[in-house]
Design a protein around this ligand. Sequence first.
Ligand SMILES: *Cc1c(COP(=O)(O)O)cnc(C)c1O
Length: 490
Amino acid sequence: MNFIQTRGCDDTQPQSVTFSQAILSPIASFGGLYVPETLPELGMEFLNKHLNSSYRALASDMLSRFEIDIDQSVIDEALSLYDNFDDSSNPVPVVKVKENLYVSELYHGPTRAFKDMALQPFGVVLSSIAQKNNENYLILAATSGDTGPAALETFKNRDNVQVVCLYPDGGTSDVQRLQMVTEDASNLKVIGINGVFDDAQSALKRLLASDDFKSALKEKHISLSAANSVNFGRIIFQIIYHIHSYLELVRQGATTMGEKVYLNVPSGNFGNALGGYYAMKMGLPVLKIIISSNENNVLTRLIQTGKYDIRGESVVGTTSPAMDILKSSNVERVLFDMFAEVRTKELMQDLEQKDVYELSADELAKLQEVFDADFCNGDEGKKYIKDTFVNDSYLMDPHTATCFKSYESISNPDVKTIVYSTAEWTKFSPVIANALTGEIDAEDLVALESIAKEANVKIPLMIQELFNKEVIQKSIIEKEDIETEILKFL
Ligand SMILES: *Cc1c(COP(=O)(O)O)cnc(C)c1O
């Protein structure tokens, strides 16, 4: 299957590209994104066939329906990384919290956040394409905390790929920073910036667009690529766990095959939710996809009013920082799927030029047939963390907690809901300790220990060990010096 562009083709790009091309050079005509030409139709037959399949067998069959230009041996190797999750026989446990409410835990990989679900297999696929083409790639990543560790982990010691990861020094949790600066591999470089996440992100965008930088790389026979969340190579792996989670409900006797459920997704850049949307289009029985946000509630307003409006707005810092976002990139793929390329281009250009677009009443109705949305502020989130722990003995992180608000405000309680949990409690421990015990501004290590005691849970070894590991990656620089620092590393 080939991939086409959400804003149509400007003739500087091919009309359609292969999967490999779409993931190596993810920028499409008019600044659009690549999407599959058609979505495979899976239907009930596929679901019945895989009722008792392993995660890997389900994933392998689903991927084969996309007919992508990746050898089966590479796909097998990529999917084998799910064996390193906590439970190799079930990398994504689905846990009942209370009547009709289930949590699909996407964080049992090496870096304890859901980015591993896509980045773990993606690393194998990208490195294998680079080897096959006999090319070397530099992957640049700017992170506010979860993408960086997951990207470093997946690419470490892989051939034909080097990774430079920029993070705001002081802008991540201790655990997130330690996950990056203790990484020890010759193809990885981690750079702390004196500044905030936006500074790291703007520096990265400048470099990606800089001809000087690209020609300096060319002299070293290196091409640039990006592993950000609009890359379809990540999205494709995010369809699988929605299907798996539904089948888990059937296996657990919680629902009968074919009965529709809610998917409730804590959303930022909309990759996770898009995976659910594609799964639904491919035949998964879904009643609605509920989009949960924090105080940065642009998605809530879009879905409730049809207006994507960020005029005069800036991102506010919250207790769920991985969802602190104004421009949610993957929404564009839904616009394309519903309204086609001419309209998508028009809407996205409005957003780029005027910071606002507005759907027609018919378009909004179509969007609302699939999606509903609400947002949850930090204090509400902490209350859900505490109450859910006290009443249902379930411990969750602040991103997951945003779903509990929309569950209450939107869902019909007689219909089953799958909430997606995107991070383990260990990654955002100060907020959770505050919610559970009231302690304020604890350092991660103190907060981890007090949660472990309060909730009678164990700190996973890989988190515990971080605090004793040697710091390898020591660069902390001014943002003006990033380019020099990267070239020095290469
Ligand atoms: C990245 C991330 C999200 C947002 O996911 P999107 O696919 O960008 O919508 C939510 N929670 C956590 C913990 C994350 O790391």
